[in-house]
Each structure stands twice: as C-alpha cells, then as structure tokens.
Design a protein around this ligand. Structure first.
Ligand code: GTP
Ligand code: ZN
Length: 448
C-alpha cells in the first residue's frame, strides 16, 4: 500500500490550516500578544485595559523598568532590560529578587517567575544612573521584580517531584523546537508527540529537529528495518504538516540546507528548545551564532558574576536576529490528562474526521470517523496509539515499542484487509471491523 498518499489531501489540509491560522490570529489579538494588556499581580486584575496601560505608563515614569527573565537560579532572577521594541537587551543584565508581597506565592508556586517571562522591576534605590539611564559603578545592578505580565504561551509538564503541580518550562515563545537524535539516544516519538500536544494546545508553531543523521549511515547502528521505521515516522509528521528538519550538528557541512532552514525558521522569533538529554540541543544552538557558546557545565559555581551554561534554562540572543531559550535535557515529560475533545484537537490530522458522537473519545464508540480514517490509513497507527496513551494517562516507556511498530502496523493492515474483505462479502458497512480494531488497540495499549 502506498504510504503518505492517503493522508488528508492537500486542499483539505490547506483549508484546515487556514482556519487554524485565523483562529490563532484572533486568539493572539485577544491575548494581546504585543500589548501589555494585563498584569498578573492580583492587585491589578480588576483594572480595565486602558487603566492598566495608564498605570504601567506611570510606573515606568516613576523609575520602574521593563525586563525579560533570562535565567532563574533559586531565588536569584536574572533579568535583561527590554528596549522600546520590547526586545530583551541581553548585555544589559540585572540581578533581581521577588518583591516581598509576592513571597508567599513565589514560595508556593514553582512557576511564579520563569525564563521568558516579561516583568516590571524596580532598581535598587542606591543605584546611580548615567545620562542614558545606565547604572553606574556596579557589576550587576540589583532590583526587585514587582509585576509580571500574563504569558502569551507556555510549554509545561507535570512536575516530576509533585505530579499534581504544573512545571512551566518555557514562556512567551513563538516557536517550539523539539529536538531529538535519530540514534544515541534513539528518538522517543512518544516524547515528541507530547511536546506537540503542548504546542498545539498553546497554538505555538512547532518544528521537529532530528539530529545526528550522520549515524544513519552507520550500518552497525542502523539496519534496514530501523531505517524503514525511521523514514516512515518522518513521513508521518511531514504529512501532518509539521516541519521536520534532519541535521548533523556535529558536522554541519553535511547538512548545510538544514542549518539554513533553521536560521530561516528562527529569524525574528523567541524559540524554545525542548528535548531529551544528550540529543544535541546545545550543539544546534551553537550553529545559530549565540552570544555565548553553549557548553555543558558540570560544575556550576559561578553565581553572581553573570550567566553560564545549560544547568538552568537560559535565554540567549542569537546573531541571526532571534532569541532562544536553551533548556537542560529533561528525563521525563509527562503532561496532564486532557478530555478527548481537547486532546484530539491537539492531533491536527484527526480534526477533519467526524464521529457520530461529539464527545467521541475515538476508543470504543461506534461510527467513529477517526477510527475509520485509521483503518483506511489516513491516520497513522503510531500517532493514534500515542493519542490513546495520553488520553488514558498511560506512561509509555519512551523509545520502547517503537521498533516493533512495523510488526504492529503489518498486523493492523492485515486486520483491515480482512475487514474489507468481509465488508465486501456482507455488504454491511455499519460497525464492521469495529470490534476487531478495538481489540487490536486494547491489546497494544495494554502491552505497553
Ligand atoms: N554523532 C553525532 N553526535 C552529535 C551530533 N550533535 C551532537 N552530538 C553529540 O551529542 C552529545 C550531546 O550534545 P549536546 O549538544 O550537549 O546535547 P544537549 O541536548 O544539549 O544535552 P543536555 O545539555 O544534556 O540537554 C555531545 O557529545 C555531542 O558531541 C551529531 O550531529 N552527530
Ligand atoms: Zn471518534
């Protein structure tokens, strides 16, 4: 069976994406992407938009400054002052603490201030300034964070230490860069899917970057079966409409087009890097001409002198007209459980298919458009399985199971073929194959 051709057709996809783009734009303007339309500080929540603008104007007149959080180390918040365009000037650093009145919240909420947040801070009263408003006689001027602006977007996971808490990893980003390595370590497609769900939920565009493609030519590491499964995966995401960039960050001359493509994609944006440990996030970032070369700092001891490497999330200016937040590699990325409607919306390839029931979870219900699409291979089994896993809150062991997908797919296809043959025989289109599909899916999910 030809792969890739049976997905949503191009026209449908274009219509579909145009619709989403429109919704995104509307949502953005409601959220006030470029406007300082409200502040999180509870004291100000009842003010109207105009009142708040006026209020901020007054605060700024009275010495308060705008900043962007570029690193948070325990109670120390490193801030880059923002210029009139709202862009962080990363050479203009401040070391801040949180205002006393926020202590209780800051103590309770791990996410009170995170990298990427836009804030208003008050310089220490002892600081003297030059005529340009630059602090005099101080290495790293001090200040106090007084207000923070509502986030326009975020990527968060379940806090690994406290599963009931949310851990916001990236805030206010314009693009999520999901980095994985094809081998060493092998791509955790489940992890990629969970990041994509978060990006869809927040309506942040996402790009999947597959690094270390040099290893694909190593026949000891990548046999024919591995390559086939890998290629199929790449095709699945490209067919959905996601940008997939295959790159060799170690020897970028091997993939010059990919380097250019990333530079193009990053330009003018604040991009957030996300991915498993050791996949090459820092190596890729280094190709984007950052203000500091990224190295993995084994022994972080410099605290007050300024910034260092990827022990903490860190916002950097790139010399290609962009900003990036580098994150230290994570070991787990579990996300909250969502209801079926929300979650299936986060799988864009499911959206065109209609089910009998509006609240269909695409699991056991009859006349389910998604499962019909699955049987017709318009939706990939791999992504469907991911969807069910997230829906049911199952924690797939990342990476595992992926290599057996080829077998599972062959099995599914055989079943679908059987169903088709039976359909022909019985000429009864209602619910045929439903039980069979359900059974396969159940078995596969329970096997995880
Ligand atoms: N073979 C190969 N190795 C690579 C490539 N890119 C990076 N590496 C290696 O992969 C390892 C991890 O690279 P990093 O850039 O530190 O990865 P990271 O994702 O930033 O890692 P964390 O800081 O732990 O999150 C290093 O030993 C790199 O040399 C590549 O394209 N090919
Ligand atoms: Zn359904």
């Amino acid at each position: 069976m030809a792969r890739g051709k049976n997905y949503i057709n191009q026209d449908e996809r274009r219509d579909h994406f145009q619709k989403i783009e429109k919704i995104k734009k509307e949502k953005r303007s409601v959220r006030g992407r470029n406007e300082d339309d409200w502040i999180v500080d509870s004291l100000e929540q009842n003010k109207s938009k105009i009142e708040i603008k006026e209020y901020i104007k007054n605060l700024l007149k009275n010495g308060m400054r705008r900043g962007r959080v570029i690193e948070v180390q325990k109670r120390n918040i490193f801030i880059a002052e923002e210029n009139e365009k709202g862009l962080p000037e990363t050479e203009n650093l401040w070391l801040c603490s949180v205002a006393k009145r926020h202590f209780q919240r800051a103590h309770k909420e791990r996410n009170f201030v995170v990298v990427g947040d836009r804030i208003l801070f008050e310089p220490d009263s002892t600081i003297e300034f030059d005529t340009e408003g630059q602090p005099l006689n101080t290495d790293l001027p001090r200040g106090v964070v007084q207000h923070s602006f509502a986030r326009t977007s975020k990527i968060s996971r379940k806090d690994p230490m406290h599963p009931d808490w949310e851990h916001v990893m990236l805030a206010n980003i314009d693009l999520v860069v999901i980095v994985a390595s094809v081998l060493n370590p092998e791509v955790r497609w489940g992890l990629v899917d969970r990041f994509l769900v978060q990006a869809e939920l927040e309506q942040i565009p996402a790009v999947i970057v597959l690094n270390k493609v040099d290893l694909l030519t190593n026949t000891n590491l990548a046999n024919a079966e591995f390559l086939e499964t890998y290629k199929r995966r790449v095709e699945i995401y490209r067919n959905i409409g996601y940008e997939v960039v295959e790159i060799c960050a170690l020897k970028p001359k091997k993939t010059p087009e990919s380097v250019k493509q990333l530079r193009r994609l990053f330009k003018g944006k604040l991009v957030g890097f996300a991915g498993h440990s050791g996949v090459g996030k820092s190596s890729i970032l280094n190709l984007m001409r950052p203000e500091f070369e990224q190295i993995v700092d084994e022994n972080p001891e410099i605290f007050y002198k300024g910034r260092h490497t990827t022990t903490y999330n860190s916002l950097l200016q790139l010399d290609i007209g962009a900003y990036a937040i580098d994150t230290p590699g994570i070991r787990s990325f579990n996300i909250s459980q969502y209801d079926a409607i929300t979650l299936s919306h986060c799988f864009p390839e499911f959206r065109p298919f209609k089910c009998k029931y509006r609240e269909c979870s695409h699991d056991h219900e009859p006349s389910c458009g998604v499962k019909e699409a699955l049987a017709e291979t318009k939706i990939s089994y791999e992504r469907y399985r991911s969807y069910l896993g997230i829906l049911k809150g199952l924690s797939f062991r990342e990476g595992e199971g992926d290599s057996t997908d080829a077998g599972m797919i062959a099995d599914l296809k055989a079943r679908v073929q059987m169903r088709d043959e039976e359909q022909l025989k019985n000429k009864n289109h209602e619910n045929i194959g439903e039980e069979q599909l359900k059974e396969i899916m159940r078995i596969k999910v329970e096997e995880e």
